[in-house]
Design a protein around this ligand. Structure first.
Ligand code: PGA
Length: 251
């Protein structure tokens, strides 16, 4: 069954005490509440173990924001998928446009990271999305299709079924300029069609496709009402309980 998911991406924000307070605040706010989606928070590496120990991880899943493209060994400063799994994290955000643009993560590198994440029992939240010039040139469909094919289409059907996809138009990230619900629906439906073409309709129908890019309390409900929008990957608005909770409750 396809799941609704609302996932926060804290990016490089919050010190450890601040992050712990935010996670505990959300945990507290969700106590006794029934929500209609899976809730995930993506935190910096340094926070993962403490956050996972401080909250009810059966209600809030913990995500890392990246992992190494190697298994283990002499890669100073890197953090492996196995290390992430050992903190209690259950998810890892991969292929975020900031990682692709600022840290030169190629489709090939991302393919390796996805494989390592899956091999270590983590659920990748795999991000795709076009930049503004590509959207303006009408190339957004082919851009996301290529991003999916080049990093994910060597996966077995079973492994592909474990992924969460996140469509994040780069022009909407952190800009306050959200894609309209119709724009999101149009490309999410296309993404599902691309998945169906490779893995079959049943796998495509089960795949959660999140929207990300200036999603907030005032637009979440309309976005999530669309048939192929299964939730959100939330940056700025995940940094306070007051802003994140209404997005969760939009379902
Ligand atoms: P934003 O970020 O919600 O701040 O636009 C989304 C993301 O980058 O995942």
């Amino acid at each position: 069954m396809r799941k609704n998911v609302v996932a926060g991406n804290w990016k490089m924000n919050t010190t450890l005490p601040e992050g712990l307070a935010l996670a505990k605040g959300l945990d507290e706010a969700l106590k006794g509440k029934t929500v209609n989606c899976d809730v995930v928070i993506g935190t910096p590496f340094t926070h993962l173990a403490s956050v996972a120990a401080a909250i009810d991880t059966t209600k809030i899943g913990v995500a890392a924001e990246n992992c190494a493209d190697h298994d283990k060994g002499a890669y100073t400063g890197e953090v492996s998928a196995a290390m992430l799994a050992s903190t209690g994290a259950k998810y890892v955000i991969l292929g975020h446009s900031e990682r692709r643009a600022y840290y030169h993560e190629t489709a090939e590198i991302l393919k390796t990271k996805v494989n390592l994440a899956l091999a270590n029992g983590l659920t990748p939240i795999f991000c795709i999305g076009e930049v503004l010039e590509e959207r303006e040139a009408g190339k957004h469909f082919e851009v996301v299709e290529e991003q999916i094919k080049s990093s994910l289409f060597e996966l077995s059907t079973e492994d592909f079924g474990k992924l969460i996809l996140a469509y994040e138009p780069v022009w909407a990230i952190g800009t306050g300029k959200t894609a309209t619900a119709d724009q999101a629906q149009e490309i999410h439906a296309y993404i599902r069609k691309v998945v169906a073409g490779k893995y079959g309709q049943a796998v495509a129908d089960d795949c959660s496709i999140l929207y990300g890019g200036s999603c907030n309390a005032s637009n979440a409900e309309e976005l999530f009402s669309k048939a192929d929008v299964d939730g959100g990957l939330i940056g700025g608005a995940s940094l306070s309980v007051d802003k994140f909770l209404p997005i969760i409750e939009a379902f």
